[in-house]
Design a protein around this ligand. Sequence first.
Ligand code: GRG
Length: 296
Amino acid sequence: MTAQAELTAFATQFEQAFEAALDARLADVPPRLHSAILHGALAGGKRIRPFLLWRSANLFGASLETAWPAAFAVECVHCYSLVHDDLPAMDDDALRRGKPTVHVAYDEATAILAGDALLTLAFEFLADCDAPGPLVRLLAAASGAAGMVGGQLLDLSAEGRFVDAPKPAHDEAAIRRIQAMKTGALIAASCEMGARVAGAPADARTALRDFGRDIGLAFQIADDLLDAEGDAGAMGKAVGKDAHAGKATFVSMLGAGGARDLLAQTVADARRHLSSLPGDTRVLSELAGYIAERDR
Ligand code: GRG
């Protein structure tokens, strides 16, 4: 089976397990919030982060059952970030995963609260893992102010969104830093958490984190290319927003050809980190290629 087919099969399995796990946790939640959380979390996502976590854990013999709670946790954080990113105060998107965004289907207050609930649910899921301490630290660092949240702020600043702060002039290093925080940190943490869940040794945890960091960068370059050249129908969300916002991206900085070269280089860098790992790393290696070539 190709890595893409494995990802698709995993996404179906994940969907069922995630829905059951969410339902079990949301029994006493007000119905409007319950349904908004499920709207933001279920149906349509590629589930790349939990898949990376699972394949990383599996290299060291961990079972899917062992990996589920941490896999749910990273996807909860990812889904919360999408719900909040789509809000009018952030990216102001009406479509996500081919469906109306949560604030469009419900309202802004409900969307903010559904995102908050998904973020806290993530840590509730981690509490179910054996030895949750290091996992909590990893996920909090990747998703918080020095990770995804900080990267989101820098990204908004790059669009000149703060009236009291001039739009900064960005070079490639600045864009790399923003994307490493906003997108790369959670992807790197997903790989490293998989290694942690499986009790992998420190050098393997580092190799998987570095692999995740590089595919996170590849993911973002591909995202910039898709925003510039992709098809809104295939992606289930609006495209062309970066250019419209006059935002510095890998494509605006390097041109589409330069961005493609950097993408190929980054995938090669990612694959090099896999060479020291035990077991069959084929799926992870192929997934790096899929992330670079995806059309949604
Ligand atoms: C609001 C704190 C906060 C953070 C938002 C994730 C994010 C940070 C913003 C999303 C905007 C965006 C398009 C980022 C580019 C990379 C990215 C995270 C794309 C969406 O992830 P996919 O493609 O989505 O894995 P699916 O729908 O497949 O889960």
